[in-house]
Design a protein around this ligand. Sequence first.
Ligand code: GLV
Ligand code: MN
Length: 174
Amino acid sequence: SDSDPLQDFCVASDFFFSGLGIPLNTSNRNGVAVAPANVLTFPGLNTLGLSMNNVEFAPGGVNPPHSHPRATEAGVVIEGSVFVGFLTTNNTLFSKVIHAGEMFVVPRGLVHFQWNVGKGKARLITSFNSQLPGSAVLPSTLFGSMPEIPNAVLTKTFRTDDATVNNLKSKFAV
Ligand code: GLV
Ligand code: MN
């Protein structure tokens, strides 16, 4: 979805990047780790209108609900079995467990997530039609922002109380 290129390629940059094959540490609360190959980590992508991620999951790991403001996403499972899903703007969930060699798409801007439902590790390669797709990660956007969203907004939004909102904020504070 990026604009059309004004030149053949970005003369200042290298055309290859070896950062998608480095094993990632998934020992974190979500059990997931992402290595992006976007224009910031791989400047050779400049003006080319695409980028990729390596996404690795511990058993049970979850890539939390997020959306990409500037790109449609296509992903392929390299290893394991992954429950992938996205939500339409009418809140219909499209989801499926997919396995190595199978791919999925996420239309631009829609909220989506992945969950490793296999016994072992899982790994995806995802790709985007933007050199910098951006990612709004819902839990950290809502509960880990700086400065914070006022509790009055979040208690009303989620029909809950201050204690619940404070508990969630404490988990996502940066
Ligand atoms: C997966 O959804 C990713 O954005 O890499
Ligand atoms: Mn994504």
